[in-house]
Design a protein around this ligand. Sequence first.
Ligand code: DAK
Length: 256
Amino acid sequence: MNETVLISSEGGIATVTINRPKALNAINADVMQALNDWFGKEYKTIEGLKGVIVTGSGEKAFVAGADIKGFTNLTVESGSKVSKFGQETFFLIENFHVPVIAAVNGFALGGGCELAMSCHMRVASMNAKFGLPEVSLGLIPGYGGTQRLPQLVGKAKAMELTLTGGMVTAEEAHDIGLVNYAVEKDELIDTCMGIFKKTKSKGPLAVSKAIAAINAYYDNAKNGYETEYSTFGDLLVSDECKEGVSAFIEKRKANF
Ligand code: DAK
């Protein structure tokens, strides 16, 4: 585990905090590796684990996306590989054996929105904003967003959010079914704990099997994930993406 992701635990509930507040907790390779390590094996060091909260450091962001600045010079192959590793990591979260709740404390954009969607439930504070702005960068969501957003909000809203790259507030996210609860900032963690209080008292095997059974409903989306990561690799080397990323770094509007 590296310092870009912090782990704490109390009473069987672990908190996984993405910790790059200066970059609004953008997911770079270290963050993705740390998430993969923790949800893949390191969680085993916590005895009696009953639930996990995923959140972001600081006041402003949950996770403002993949680290746009750290992903330059990728090829079709390495771009697809980055996207595939991210998908695999988020599958570990989606299929985790105890409930995982995203405590969304600010911007959840791009990869951040995708991270939140890979969790079993989402609780948002009123300052949270959700969106998939990848098309503004000449890209598509690369960590399962094209598959999980329609699962959660239906095709029409998923199309609108993804094709416009727009953002929705916590309340709007609640209205469209993207989050379970939208609450005041100081109620965020208590609301998550309230859910865990109920799930903790239930049969652990039953809870884990229920997660697996509900996930099985969506299994036919697998080809879509493949389409997503191979398309992502192609787009990464496109002129459009180069322009979109340069525009972000140079703090100007993209000229597509
Ligand atoms: N990556 C890297 N740095 C980021 C970042 C991100 N996603 N989001 C914010 N930051 C950095 C900003 O650059 C800024 O750094 P400094 O300029 O201070 O060094 C710092 O965090 C604070 O951000 P702002 O100054 O922009 O804060 P504001 O309150 O003005 O705006 C914002 C907040 C969340 C609206 C804004 O930061 C923003 O639009 N962020 C980007 C949102 C976004 O587009 N996320 C990515 C979605 S796409 C790839 C390229 C892209 C991807 C993958 C690969 N390749 C080229 C291979 C993208 C995948 C996605 O997730």
